[in-house]
Design a protein around this ligand. Structure first.
Ligand code: C2E
Ligand code: CA
Ligand code: CA
Length: 916
């Protein structure tokens, strides 16, 4: 009777266990929800259990336990309970079995995964490692070992703290550790390492810390990747990027420069870091910005590549023309540009070159390597006369003349081949056959391999220049007018001659020939005749010398003769006399006959000079001494001439002072008429009053002439004479006509006549009271100008006298044309008239001829009774000389006049109207 009860209870317990297991499963989120057969089974078990329980708890059943029915009922109930128990137990058991199976399966899977991870770790292409919290290696894989240069994994493990990766750069490890300890992880940490064999590799390292439950780090897991190849590739790319002649850059989507190559930094002058702060568009020329933006926008719309031209501003604000190509790659833009600036410049230069070629005044000729003409410019045509189409394809030697031989062209070719340039002078022929000189510059043009491909020749026509040069060379050495050697060449020849004489112990003579009063001839005859005369003089001088001698024109009217042959003083003097004689013969200049005179100064080497300069100086000194002595003289240099030259210089200075300080005074020498024995005139003679003495004009007039001071001195004399006449008149004395000596230089001055008139007007005296004494040389030219001037003077009322007559060469015949009325016979004749037959004849001839020309004759320097007698006997009109009186100071002369009047009859007119 206990069996059903026990079974029922067990079944109930089984049901409870099942329910609990189901709930646990659900809570454990296991998908062990009851399946439909399970539910059916449970439902059936529950019914069976309930049925078993009903039979058990039926009223009275306990009381009938021994009965058959009861045994039957008990048996049924047990069967029901057993069935229910089975029903409940079956799923529970199934569930438990399933759970056990799942667990076993999971363990199996874990084992497989563990094996997979191990294999992955071992065979990873990355170098993996596990390290302890203090940085000791626990485990590494093969790749790690190989990366560091080890054969076996074991040799790496156990390395001291953090030393497992041998970083190359000091401090790199510390950086990594610091980041790790701060962040617990590092990714892609790139460094260089030194491998075991010493080689260097690039690695990228990623590590993370493994933490314990309490958060402390108890290890690290890391991996290394060998990025050496990538880095090298990067480096190569970078280098290519930088070495590219084209501009390369990478710009971000918003147009900022990410990277720029050297070509870009070079082109724009910005450094890469400066560029990175700039955007592409802000560098563009404002006019090009829109176009560039449109093109770049097209990239965003999917166009794979765009090209555009845009000018970019360089750092120094110059725009460079760039031709851009842009390609989108990832989120950035790769941009390539070609700098067109230099190309544009080349184009400009080409255009310029073409213009130069066309418009140059120099001829340009381009040939191939064989000298065949490829191109010529218009100037070429202008110079040679050949048109371009006539010469194309021809050899450039078609123009050559026979002035250059084959050797010349060979040498030229050689120079061209070796140096690439040749320049020089060359004679060619124009189309019309005419020879011309050109200055040619040739250059060879080579190709990239250094082979000559062209020749370019530039030339100008220098024919004119050559002629000019020849002329200049001639002019540099020769006097254009006379064709004689000029001063410059004379100097050279003299140097040579002196040098030669020095070597050979020879002698040379230098003669300086100066025409007397040439300026006057020039002025009076006109320059054309003056030039013709100089030419003639040159020719005459040339006929005097031998072939080795030199005749030079060294100044306007100054000639020089170098006699290189040794001659002694006498020979040279004789030669100089011949020169003077030759020049003394009349010249036919144009339509008129001219007679001139000259002075010659002679100096000899080595007698008178040691150097060329000295020789020239001394010959010139001798020449001026000759001049001082009068016309047509020669003078050999003497040593005291040099001292005199210095004295003369000092004299000139004192003369100037004398004029300023009014140190001059006038003396008067009376002239007596031989018929009436009256005083008919007086010559004014200048004196220089120095402290203790009275200086005679012989000592200073020559220097005054030479220095030109004679002009103001002459003016002073004229004014002084006028003043004196006024003074005499004021004193009631009627002075005789006063003779004034005129210098050539004074007379030649253009305003001479006007000056005389002015002085006379200022003094308010009559011109009749004056007489001008002129030397022969002064009036020897019968040029109209001289005659006109003399006539004008005469017309004023001033009497004209020829002074020192007989010393010059003027013929009496020529005097006929001159408005002179008095002729003064030079003292040198007068003094000898009683002793020299010749002088006596000359004097008497002069007197006779003068009378035939209606001239009155004054004999100068009559000192003796005998001379006076001669003059009287030969009909001379007037005498002047010590026999009558020496020149007297104004007061003395006044006295003399008064005394003479008392003795020989009055010539005085009393101012008060009473005859003395
Ligand atoms: P000159 O014109 O021939 O003047 C005559 C010279 O002969 C004067 O010399 C006079 O003193 C000198 N004389 C006159 N009678 C005799 C005589 O019987 N015996 C000697 N032995 N001599 C006599 P002075 O005064 O010494 O003048 C010399 C020259 O200086 C003048 O020669 C004249 O050419 C020049 N001269 C003088 N005064 C002037 C002047 O004011 N202007 C210019 N341009 N030349 C002047
Ligand atoms: Ca005189
Ligand atoms: Ca005289």
């Amino acid at each position: 009777m206990w069996t059903p009860t026990i079974l029922g209870t067990a079944a109930s317990l089984a049901a409870v266990v099942w329910v609990v297991a189901a709930i646990v499963d659900r809570l454990g989120r296991r998908r062990l929800a009851p399946t439909p057969p399970e539910i059916l089974l449970l439902a059936a078990s529950t019914i069976l259990l309930l049925l078993a329980l009903q039979t058990l708890w039926e009223p009275g059943a306990v009381g009938r336990l021994d009965s058959e029915a009861v045994r039957e009922a008990m048996g049924l109930r047990s069967a029901l309970a057993a069935a229910a128990l089975l029903g409940f137990l079956a799923p529970t058991l199934w569930r438990i079995t399933a759970r056990l199976q799942a667990h076993r399966h999971r363990l199996l899977e874990l084992e497989r995964a563990e094996e997979g991870y191990r294999r992955l770790f071992e065979h990873s292409s990355e170098g993996c490692y596990l390290a302890t919290g203090d940085g000791r290696l626990l485990r590494v894989n093969q790749t790690f070992a190989r990366l560091l240069g080890y054969e076996a994994v074991e040799s790496c493990v156990g390395t001291s703290q953090w030393a497992y990766v041998p970083y190359l750069v000091p401090g790199r490890r510390e950086q990594l550790v610091a980041v790790l300890q701060r962040d617990g992880t590092v990714a892609g940490f790139e460094s260089q390492i030194r491998r075991r064999d010493g080689s260097v590799a690039w690695i990228s390292e990623s590590v993370h810390a493994v933490r314990a439950a309490d958060g402390s780090i108890h290890g690290y897991e890391g991996k290394l990747v060998d990025i050496t190849a990538t880095r090298q590739a990067d480096e190569q790319r970078r280098r290519m990027f930088d070495l590219s002649q084209d501009v390369l850059c990478i710009a971000s989507a918003d147009g900022k420069f990410v990277q720029a190559n050297a070509a870009l930094t070079r082109a724009l002058g910005y450094s890469e870091s400066e560029l990175k702060r700039l955007s592409f568009t802000e560098l563009l020329h404002p006019e090009d910005r829109l176009g560039a933006a449109v093109e770049l926008r097209r990239l965003a719309l999917g166009v794979p590549i765009v090209n555009f031209l845009a000018r970019c501003r360089s750092k120094d604000s110059v725009y460079r023309s760039l031709s851009w190509t842009s390609v989108p790659v990832g989120g950035v833009c790769y941009m390539i540009a070609r700098d067109l600036t230099s190309q544009e410049r080349i184009e400009r230069q080409l255009r310029l070159a073409a213009t130069v070629f066309e418009t140059a005044t120099e001829a340009v000729i381009v040939t191939d390597a064989h000298g065949r003409i490829l191109k010529v410019n218009p100037a070429f045509t202008a110079i040679t006369g050949y048109r371009e189409d006539e010469v194309l394809g021809q050899h450039q030697r078609i123009f050559s003349s026979d002035r250059q031989d084959e050797g010349f062209y060979e040498a030229m070719g050689h120079v061209l081949q070796t140096t690439g340039h040749w320049q020089g002078e060359i004679w060619n022929r124009r189309k019309n056959g005419e020879l011309y000189a050109e200055w040619l510059s040739m250059a060879s043009v080579t190709d990239g391999a250094g082979r000559i491909v062209h020749f370019v020749g530039v030339f100008s026509d220098i024919t004119r220049r050559k002629r000019d040069e020849e002329r200049i060379r001639y002019q540099a050495n020769f006097d254009v007018l006379t064709g004689l050697v000029n001063r410059w060449q004379f100097q050279g020849r003299l140097e040579q001659a002196v040098e030669r004489a020095r070597r050979n112990h020879g002698r040379i003579s230098l003669l300086i020939v100066d025409i007397d009063h040439f300026k006057f001839i020039n002025d009076s005859l006109g320059h054309g005749s003056g030039d013709a005369l100089l030419k003639e003089v040159g020719q005459r001088l040339t006929t005097c010398v031998r072939e080795n001698d030199t005749v030079a024109r060294i100044g306007g009217d100054e000639f020089a003769i170098i006699i290189s042959e040794s001659r002694d003083h006498d020979q040279v003097t004789a030669f100089a006399k011949r020169v003077l004689a030759a020049l003394g013969e009349r010249f036919q200049v144009k339509d008129s006959e001219v007679v001139i005179s000259a002075c010659v100064g002679i100096a000899m080497f080595p007698a008178h000079a040691e150097t060329v300069d000295e020789l020239v100086r001394n010959a010139a000194t001798a020449m001026s001494h000759a001049k001082e002595q009068g016309r047509h003289t020669l003078q050999l240099y003497t040593d005291d001439m040099a001292t005199r030259a210095i004295e003369r210089f000092q004299l000139e200075a004192s003369l100037r002072r004398a004029l300023e300080q009014d140190e001059f005074e006038l003396h008067f020498q009376p002239q007596v008429d031989l018929d009436t024995w009256r005083i008919v005139g007086a010559e004014a003679l200048i004196r220089w009053r120095q402290k203790d003495r009275l200086v005679a004009p012989g000592e200073f007039i020559a220097e005054a002439e030479a220095s030109g001071l004679i002009v103001p001195i002459g003016d002073w004399v004229l004014r002084a004479v006028c003043r004196q006449i006024v003074a005499w008149q004021a004193a009631g004395i009627a002075p005789p006509r006063i003779g004034i000596n005129l210098s050539f230089k004074q007379f030649r001055k253009p305003d001479f006549l006007a000056g005389v008139k002015r002085t006379l007007a200022e003094a308010a005296i009559d011109a009749n009271g004056l007489q001008f004494e002129l030397t022969e040389s002064l009036v020897m030219h019968d040029a109209d100008a001289v005659i006109n001037l003399l006539e004008a003077i005469r017309d004023l009322g001033i009497e004209l006298a020829i002074d020192d007559f007989g010393t010059g060469y003027s013929s009496l015949n020529r005097l006929k044309r001159l408005p002179v009325s008095i002729l003064k016979i030079d003292r040198s004749f007068v003094s000898e008239v009683t002793t020299s037959q010749g002088d006596a004849e000359i004097a008497s001839a002069i007197i006779a001829m003068a009378h035939s020309l209606n001239l009155r004759v004054v004999a100068e320097g009559v000192e003796t009774e005998a001379q006076l007698g001669f003059m009287r006997a030969h009909g001379c009109d007037v005498i002047q000389g010590y026999h009558v009186s020496k020149p007297l100071a104004a007061d003395a002369f006044t006295e003399f006049l008064l005394g003479w009047g008392r003795k020989h009859g009055p010539r005085l007119v009393s101012v008060k109207g009473t005859a003395a």
